[in-house]
Ligand binder design. Structure first.
Ligand code: TYD
Ligand code: ZN
Length: 424
């Protein structure tokens, strides 16, 4: 089903040393999931680049000591967060509002009594979150490895350095700006493989009464929604409260609050501090209990997850092939990173899905990684309405349903794979 050019790529799993031990605690990892040969999730290609694509084995193991699923092989981060990283936070109105709320709430809760507070964001993207602090005259610094994003942020007046966050970066920031009152990170920590270095650096850069807040896709939601498409090269880890508490403990930090979020198809926000060791948050106590019942440190949980993933692939392929046999026109909606995992794992190419609509100009005119489905603009989607559209940006379902009411009115049907493959 895949285009012929794929077969020309030389790919052997033996070229990829798989990790055998947990990146945090060095306990042996238990392998549980093999999603096969995978390209980089955000490596949208020009048609001329089809023969030189990079593939790696997308496999997971879990550390049962930390209850922490992680990739067994991760491509070099230098390759991932390159000059042209195609995701701009600013492009989603919902995410912009989400970050405005995070900034205003954390500012009120943790900065009000501080004199000349200093805020750092790790993985600051185009500066959307920091723009709130900038607008309120609060000292801030963004750390963002992708050059195009850092430049965009600086143009908007958000102080940003284009570097990877590591111990050297932390030392340099401390020397030039001093220690931070608040460190923020959204959808960043699960991308960083060197967790211990990350937390050591944060601990050294955070004031004793400072607070670290970070949020990432939540393991509990991935297991519940069967959203295995959260697994791709950039997501090295799937965190839970249990694993974050394990990491915090190793680094002299305490998790003192948590919040479940709807963003990215289900995320969790963690509040950490070096000195707040009294737990008063009911949310945190409840989540600890929920995680205990979900048996996140038991291998059976992951074996069952793997079975559900196989069934999801089977159901999606059967449904798309049935529709195709009936000569239905099918397109995709949202050329997400997540879609790369689904399309490659399920072996879905342009013969089944003729194009994917995406609002990101950098993706339009390109092909999906590995499966080479053309990416078109929303305008193209409006003028070439298919009969069925697979929502790969299912995490924005509500926003999309409202925006694309005409598609429904014209008889179009949405197709989603979470929590089960179904037509909406
Ligand atoms: P995102 O939610 O960041 O998912 P991932 O992390 O898996 O890439 O990306 C959403 C993608 O969907 C992005 O490329 C923009 C696109 N999109 C649309 O094309 N239309 C929309 O209405 C929305 C909300 C997103
Ligand atoms: Zn571990």
């Amino acid at each position: 089903m895949k285009p012929e050019t794929l077969e020309k790529n030389r790919y052997q799993t033996t070229n990829f040393p798989l990790r055998t031990h947990c990146r945090v605690c060095e306990t042996s990892l238990v392998p549980f999931l093999d999603l096969g040969k995978m390209p980089l999730a955000n490596a949208f290609i020009k048609p001329s680049e089809a023969e030189t694509e990079y593939f790696f084995p997308l496999q997971c193991g879990v550390c049962l000591n930390c209850a922490l699923p992680q990739l067994l092989f991760q491509p070099d981060p230098e390759q991932l967060f390159h000059q042209e990283y195609p995701f701009f936070t600013n492009s989603s109105s919902r995410m912009t509002e989400h970050f405005r709320l995070l900034a205003s709430e954390s500012s009120t809760r943790f900065l009000t009594m501080k004199q000349s507070p200093f805020v750092i964001e790790i993985g600051s993207n185009d500066g959307t979150l920091l723009s709130y602090f900038n607008g309120h005259g609060i000292r801030h610094l963004g750390v963002e490895p992708s050059k195009n994003l850092a430049e965009t942020a600086n143009h908007r007046g958000i102080c940003t350095i284009s570097r990877f966050f590591n111990s050297q970066t932390a030392q340099d920031i401390q020397a030039s700006h001093g220690k931070a009152d608040l460190i923020l990170a959204a959808n960043t920590f699960c991308h960083i493989p060197t967790t211990n270095d990350l937390f050591t650096s944060i601990k050294s850069l955070l004031k004793d009464d400072g607070v670290l807040i970070f949020e990432d896709p939540y393991l509990g939601d991935v297991l519940e929604l069967n959203s295995y498409d959260q697994i791709y090269d950039e997501h090295v880890f799937l965190f839970s409260l249990y694993s974050v508490e394990c990491i915090a403990k190793r680094h002299g930090l305490f998790v003192f609050d948590v919040e479940r979020l709807e963003t990215h198809g289900g995320s969790c926000r963690y509040y950490l501090s070096p000195n707040r060791n009294e737990i008063t948050s009911q949310c945190l106590i409840d989540l600890r209990n929920q995680e205990r019942s979900a048996a996140m440190n038991q291998i059976q949980t992951y074996r069952a997850f793997e079975k559900r993933i196989q069934k999801s692939r089977h159901d999606l392929c059967v449904l798309l092939n049935q529709l195709k046999k009936q000569n239905r026109q099918i397109s995709g909606y949202g050329a997400t990173s997540k879609s790369t995992t689904i399309l490659n794992f399920c072996d879905i190419g342009p013969d089944l899905i003729s194009y994917i609509s995406d609002s990101t100009p950098l993706k339009q005119g390109k092909l999906t990684p590995g499966t080479h489905i053309p990416i078109e603009s929303p305008e193209y989607f409006h003028s070439h309405k298919p009969e069925y559209a697979v929502i790969f940006a299912w995490n924005h379902l509500k926003e999309i349903e409202v925006k694309e009411q005409d598609f429904r009115h014209a008889g179009g049907k949405w197709l989603v794979h979470v929590p089960k493959v179904h037509i909406l």
